[in-house]
Structure formats: C-alpha cells, structure tokens
Design a protein around this ligand. Structure first.
Ligand code: IDP
Ligand code: MG
Length: 190
C-alpha cells in the first residue's frame, strides 16, 4: 500500500549537534530501515524559527510546563499565559543558538515510527531505548523554570499533515531525492 509510505521531518537541534550526537541519532533511523531522502545543516534565524514553531504553540508549552510542575507539586505565582510566552521565547532562542541538521526520512508509517524512536517531549518521561530517553533526562517544567528552552535534542513531525507542511518549509523539491536503498527490496518492494 503506497499510502502507508510516508515522509517525515527530523531536526537534530543545536544541543544534539553540539553534543556530537548527530551520527548516533542518524544511525538509529538508518538501522530500522528508514531512508534519508534529504539532509542539510542550517543555522536558522528567529523569523524562520517562528515559522517552524508558530505562536499557536504557546498553549501547548504552557500545558507541558504545568504538567511537570503539577507532577512534583511546584506552585508558581506568575500567570499561566506569561509562563507559556516565556517558554516560547526561550524555545526560539534555543533553536537558533547554533546550527541544526534537518533531514527528511521516508518509510512505512514513517511519522509514527520516528516519534516512537524519538520518545516523549519531556525526556524524564521518555522510555529507555528512545533517543530522548537514552541521551538526556531534563523535564519541560525544568526547562521553563531555568529559561533554557526544552533541550530535548531532536524535533520530529507529529502527524502526516504536520510533516507535509514542515517538509515544504525546510526543503525545496529539488533537495529531496527518490532512489532505491537495499532496504527497499526487503521492506518496501515496489
Ligand atoms: P514535540 O517536540 O515532542 O513534538 P511540542 O509540544 O511540539 O513537542 O513542543 C515543541 C518543542 O518545544 C519541544 O520539543 C521542546 O523543545 C519545546 N517545549 C515543549 N514544551 C515545553 C515546555 O513546557 N517548556 C520548554 N520547552 C518546551
Ligand atoms: Mg511537536
């Protein structure tokens, strides 16, 4: 079924690049047979960061921060919206603080498979064996509290729709390639 073959966007964030984890992260995707069909290193500016992470994300950041605060019983006097806005500004700073590696991966149910390998947003909850679970341990609540952006190493599209939008933001058509890998014979014949 051709429709099950999807493309998804993955970004190794500045902390992943600076910690020299790029090779390790890429090889995890290669090992399950996902195909890299586009890849580049870029240092994005704030305008571009706001396209990738639009302001509509603020309520989500607020939610994730307070989930972590509530879990350990932290009470914050600041208004919820202000906490979310602060976390958003920190996220923009974080994603623009160094170069990132952007790639498009292709494979069967690629969006969901990549999310499974990446692990949940707040690494202290990410399962061992996942990229976030194996290589970092902070929580989003801690990141907001420390005003450091949610340093969780990696971005991966959340849905097929999101993947389509994000791929067209980051890559031109002629930067993406169709070719046969050895896995195609075993995993995705014709
Ligand atoms: P995701 O990356 O797992 O899809 P999203 O909710 O889409 O998570 O959030 C985008 C990014 O924003 C996260 O990967 C993380 O870097 C950052 N982030 C999310 N929630 C928080 C938070 O509560 N505090 C600080 N940063 C956050
Ligand atoms: Mg997301």
């Amino acid at each position: 079924m051709k429709e099950m073959i999807e493309r998804t966007l993955v970004i190794i964030k500045p902390d992943g690049v600076k910690r020299s984890l790029s090779g390790e992260i890429i090889s995890r995707f290669e090992k399950v047979g996902l195909k890299i069909v586009g890849m580049k290193m870029v240092w994005i500016n704030k305008d571009f960061a706001k396209k990738h992470y639009p302001e509509a994300l603020i309520p989500v950041l607020t939610e994730k921060t307070f989930l972590d605060y509530d879990a350990i019983g932290i009470k914050v006097n600041e208004k919820r919206e202000l906490v979310g806005k602060g976390a958003y500004e920190d996220l923009l700073k974080y994603i623009t603080e160094g170069p990132v590696i952007a790639m498009v991966l292709e494979g069967v149910h690629a969006v969901e498979v990549v999310r499974k390998l990446v692990g949940s947003t707040s690494p202290y909850k990410s399962a061992p064996g996942t990229i976030r679970g194996d290589f970092t341990h902070i929580s989003m609540g801690y990141a907001t509290y420390k005003k450091m952006g949610g340093r969780n190493l990696i971005h991966a599209s959340g849905t097929v729709e999101e993947a389509k939008k994000e791929i067209s933001l980051w890559f031109k058509d002629n930067e993406l390639h169709s070719f046969k890998s050895v896995h195609d014979e075993h995993i995705m014949p014709n």
